[in-house]
Design a protein. Structure first.
Length: 331
């Protein structure tokens, strides 16, 4: 981007203050040079009009002032600078593996665990504009809801559509983690991350969670595990012939397993007990996994006095030519 940034010798700009003084001097000089004659009446001259030469004669003085002003600007040495920046972004690939089993409808979170998890994850996505993010859902089985993508608008729309019952009920943590690993293992990103969120104990699936963790370690994938649910019991909505009835169910999270998965993959385990805590967890992960952004700024200055010097010369030449031709006077 090229633009005028200033002057190398701005002190010379104070010389522009002499321009008004020159104008005053010129005005007094012209008044003294005009001849005077006393007449009883000027009626005989009322029909005489000034010629265009008389009107334009003062343009010679204007040209001289412009030329002097241009020379002063030349002395101040105007400069322009070309500046910019090269940005190199090394993003991080992240797959969110989200449990959508029936127990995620428990309402120890507002409005429930699943909706809270969806909402907080969407905010997390908004804060990662340079990263590819994918989504895997699991319950009794698992599948990829969205492969790694930079189109976060599409990803967030898919989050909105998540609901319990999309797959067979249960909690297949190993399957969920293995599916997430398959979506990210071939990534060339500087960092590969899986965020695994569940509220239960592994009770289904063909793949053992610790076996999946070993796979993640082999591929250099870091796994952050989140256990979601309060301590003790949580209200759960049951459908009955008389409508929705609430009953407290025991919160069972296999924290030892989740901690072991995180430790095996150089990740970290978190426990979310309410909406605020879940937001804090995602904020912590956001800080731990920052995209690498290198910004190289550059600036180059150029001298811009030449156009002003040429303008001053042109104005001086034009004044001399006009003074000795069109506006030539006899002494």
């Amino acid at each position: 981007m090229l633009h005028l940034t200033g002057f190398a010798q701005p002190v010379f700009l104070y010389l522009l203050l002499i321009i008004p003084l020159i104008v005053v001097w010129y005005w007094f000089r012209q008044n003294k040079r005009n001849a005077e004659i006393k007449l009883s009446s000027t009626e005989s001259f009322s029909g005489n009009k000034k010629s265009y030469k008389q009107i334009l004669f003062h343009s010679l003085f204007v040209l001289r002032l412009l030329a002097i002003s241009s020379l002063i600007i030349v002395l101040a040495r105007p400069q322009s600078s070309k500046s910019g920046q090269d940005v190199n972004v090394e993003g991080i690939d992240i797959v969110i593996a989200l449990d959508i089993s029936g127990t995620m409808l428990a309402e120890d979170f507002k409005p429930n665990r699943l909706e809270a998890a969806k909402d907080v994850a969407s905010k997390f996505i908004d804060g990662r504009p340079n990263d590819r993010i994918g989504l895997v859902i699991f319950s009794g089985k698992s599948f990829t809801q969205c492969p790694l993508t930079i189109d976060h608008a599409v990803l967030k729309n898919l989050f909105k559509g998540l609901k319990n019952g999309m797959v067979e009920d249960g909690t297949a943590i190993g399957n969920g983690l293995a599916t997430a690993i398959s979506r990210i293992k071939d990534s060339k990103a500087v960092s590969k991350v899986v965020i695994l969120l569940t509220d239960g104990i592994n009770n289904m699936g063909e793949i053992d969670p610790l076996t999946a963790a070993e796979m993640a370690k082999i591929y250099g994938i870091r796994v952050y595990t989140i256990g979601i649910g309060t301590y003790g019991e949580a209200p759960y909505p049951f459908q009955t012939p008389f409508g929705i009835q609430y009953q407290n169910i025991k919160v069972e999270i296999d924290e030892s397993l989740l901690k072991q998965i995180a430790k095996e993959t150089n990740g970290k385990y978190f426990r979310a007990t309410d909406n605020k805590k879940l937001e804090e967890i995602y904020a912590s992960i956001d800080k731990l996994e920052k995209s690498k952004i290198d910004v190289l700024r550059f600036s180059h200055k150029n001298e811009e006095f030449l156009p002003w010097a040429l303008l001053a010369c042109l104005l001086f030449v034009l004044e001399i030519v006009l003074r000795n031709t069109l506006f030539k006077t006899i002494p």
